[in-house]
Design a protein around this ligand. Structure first.
Ligand code: NDP
Length: 324
């Protein structure tokens, strides 16, 4: 028996209960991982509410670090005692221990402790694919990144600065603006008070940006399109304010023959070589000090409810980790 956050119905944070669950033995291609730290991500909210469908009972969570306790038949690429981390499906990270396919595991170097790993894998590898593969951000580019002081946001500010790009970041408060700037964001826009389209056009001398990274969704989608230069790319990668629905393709033409993509980490890191390269690129930048993993909130896993309330109330900044 282990303790885990379990939901018997989708809904608000109060549907998450701290319960005993039975863990089976790892099957072929699987490992039992004893968690030492678990990451909080906005995607956990989508699973909790049912926006992203999943069967019940549900243990949400997609990111953790820990130690391999037992291996299933035929697994030779890992050994018991390996310190590992993961980010991605299947859900179930909000638990003291779990069964996980070994294909999703990455062995941690000594230089990265478990808490840091649980804070960086999902948001860091997301930043990797967004800036290197969805759109290849280059030195001299100016990009617009929404929620720049959030978990993914602080990784993105630092990674883009390392590349030599200029980041225009939207943020919800003055304090968040300071934080984003301290992580490499050049221009901050308080998008709850200011018209971010107008500000982007001022900053770019009316040209617009070649790419917008928009994880806010419903509230910012249309105005984000206006910030693009002709044939620019809209990267809509999240739904923090609600999903984007019913897009009229005609507006892409009218606003400048724009491109739109809706990427996901699971697709970009679906193969083992892609996952390994993504993790290695991230770990290299963390080890070099180019990216600092900023953990601004820590909660016991049993208090996942409070963490979700704070995340949805926009009270968190940077990364959040659960202690186990
Ligand atoms: P964040 O730490 O960025 O938290 C979300 C932030 O969004 C808030 O702090 C807030 O910042 C902003 N926000 C704006 N409007 C709202 C709203 N109505 N409700 C709540 N928050 C709002 O979370 P993560 O770093 O975990 O994730 C960021 C986004 O990236 C999420 O949308 C997530 O789903 C997405 N994502 C997508 C992935 C993919 O592969 N497609 C992978 C990983 C993350 P502020 O106050 O500054 O506005």
């Amino acid at each position: 028996m282990v303790k885990a956050i379990v939901q018997h119905e989708h809904g608000g944070p109060d549907t998450m209960k701290w319960e005993d669950v039975t863990l089976g033995k790892p099957g072929p291609g699987q490992a039992r991982v004893r968690h030492t730290a678990v990451g909080l991500n906005y995607i956990d909210v989508y699973f909790r509410t049912g926006l992203y469908p999943s069967p019940l009972p549900l243990t949400t969570g997609m990111e953790a670090a820990g130690v391999i306790e037992e291996l299933g038949e035929g697994v030779t690429s890992f050994k018991v005692g390996d310190r590992v981390a993961y980010a991605g499906r299947p859900v179930g990270a909000y638990s003291e221990a779990r069964i996980m396919p070994v294909d999703n595991l990455i062995v941690l170097p000594d230089s990265i402790d478990d808490t840091t790993a649980a804070a960086m894998m999902l948001q860091g590898m997301t930043t990797e694919y967004l800036l290197q593969r969805t759109f290849h951000v280059k030195q001299g580019d100016t990009i617009l990144f929404h929620a720049a002081a959030g978990g993914v946001g602080l990784f993105a500010c630092q990674w883009a600065k390392h590349i030599g790009a200029t980041v225009i970041g939207t943020v919800g408060s003055e304090e968040k603006a300071e934080l984003a700037k301290a992580h490499g964001c050049t221009h901050t826009i308080l998008y709850r008070e200011e018209d971010f389209h107008k500000k982007v056009m001022e900053i770019t001398d009316g040209k617009g940006v070649p790419v917008v990274y928009d994880s806010i969704g419903k509230d910012t989608f249309e105005k984000s399109l206006d910030c693009l230069r002709p044939r620019g790319l809209m990267v809509s990668f999240g739904n923090s304010s609600g999903p984007v629905t019913g897009v009229d393709l005609g507006i892409l033409g009218a606003k400048g023959a724009l491109y739109v993509t809706r990427p996901s980490l699971m697709v970009y890191n679906a193969t083992r070589p892609d996952l390994e390269k993504s993790a290695a690129d991230l770990m290299k930048l963390v080890a070099s000090g180019a990216i600092k993993v900023t953990i601004n909130q820590t909660y016991p896993l049993s208090e996942a409810r409070k963490a979700h309330e704070d995340l949805e109330a926009r009270k968190t900044t940077g990364s959040t980790v659960f202690t186990v």
